[in-house]
Ligand binder design. Structure first.
Ligand code: GDP
Length: 319
């Protein structure tokens, strides 16, 4: 077992943090075990942050925004960790988020810690590793955690399920896009931020903001918070402070309502259930008795010789 210095991590030492994350991301069972021990120890020191999810199609300006936003926050005395959940990285090594030179200035900043997406994890997948890394960053004193993902599929749901606030970056020029954006994503969003509101696009961005504002008002919102629609320019550093202002607003309102902690508690509970389901499936797949009877049962069910219910019962009984 490697020696690990918890005090170093808690004091904000980057090397200790990077080492702990390496253990979390490792495939070796001994490393996983050590990572779990570290996580148990850091848990009481975690949680003192605001966790922000950021998504948007490739090219919308996510890395430009995170660079501008991160540098602004560092200017405000914050420590900022940037994590990524990249759905493409496990597949054939191709990555949407990882391969360009991104956030150069931010990555050199003293108060910033940037970690690319882990490659596919075993139980719980990439999301599990990102959740664990988030706890480590919090224990190391990072008070704003930005979790970036690409708006192309399932990963938005995973990220929305691990953050306090979920933000969708958009391009000026609603029309077609308004149709194209998945309704589900709109429902996840606590804010839509229309980026590139500068130069010739400024007017269009304002128009787009009006359109999205009406579209968002059509959705029914059950919580205390009505999702905001704003514009910004990551490139020209316009309205970046207003985005932070909105987040501060959200935090104080949700804490007043008791919703902040409640949401985290719910996320933790949901994730536990998710892991239990995954663990059960794994156990099922590895069980020799189940393995032996499965092909026959599948055939019987397909041919209508037994009911799906009866077959499922037999499998459960074999477990
Ligand atoms: P990502 O793929 O979502 O991470 O997008 P990038 O941050 O790589 O940005 C894609 C392109 O849009 C780059 O050429 C950026 O310079 C440009 N871009 C990003 N933000 C802005 C902005 O606020 N205004 C303008 N005009 N261009 C921007």
């Amino acid at each position: 077992m490697q020696v690990f210095d918890l005090e170093q991590l808690l004091s904000g030492n980057r090397r200790a943090l990077a080492k702990a994350i390496t253990l979390v991301e490792s495939k070796l069972p001994t490393h996983r075990e050590q990572a779990q021990q570290i996580l148990e120890q850091v848990l009481p020191h975690s949680g003192n942050s605001i966790r922000i999810g950021i998504t948007g199609v490739p090219g919308v300006g996510k890395s430009t925004f995170i660079e501008a936003f991160g540098l602004y926050l560092i200017g405000q005395g914050k420590k900022v960790a940037v994590l990524a959940v990249d759905p493409s990285s496990p597949i054939a090594g191709g990555s949407i988020l990882g391969d360009k030179t991104r956030m150069e200035e931010l990555s050199r900043a003293e108060g910033a810690f940037i970690r690319p997406s882990p490659s596919e994890g075993a139980l719980g997948g990439v999301a599990q590793k990102t959740r664990e890394t988030m706890l480590l960053c919090e224990a190391a004193g990072y008070d704003v955690i930005l979790v970036e993902t690409v708006g192309v599929g399932q990963s938005e749901y995973e990220v929305a399920g691990m953050v306090d606030f979920f933000m969708v970056l958009m391009l000026p020029g609603g029309g077609d896009e308004l149709q194209g954006i998945k309704k589900g994503i709109m429902e996840l969003a606590d804010a839509l931020v229309i980026n590139k509101a500068d130069g010739d696009s400024e007017r269009l961005a304002q128009l787009t903001r009006q359109q999205y504002t009406s579209a968002m008002n059509l959705l029914r919102h059950t919580s205390f918070w009505t999702p905001r629609v704003m514009t910004c320019s990551a490139l020209k550093n316009i309205n970046i402070d207003a985005v932070w202002g909105m987040l501060v607003d959200y935090c104080s309102q949700s804490k007043q309502e008791g919703a902040f902690d409640a949401k985290r508690a719910r996320q933790n509970r949901d994730w536990m259930h998710h892991l239990v389901r995954e663990m059960l499936m794994l156990k099922l797949q590895q069980n020799p008795a189940v393995k032996g009877m499965l092909p026959g049962l599948e055939k019987d069910v397909a041919q209508g010789q037994t009911t799906a219910y009866a077959a499922a019962r037999q499998i459960m009984d074999a477990l």
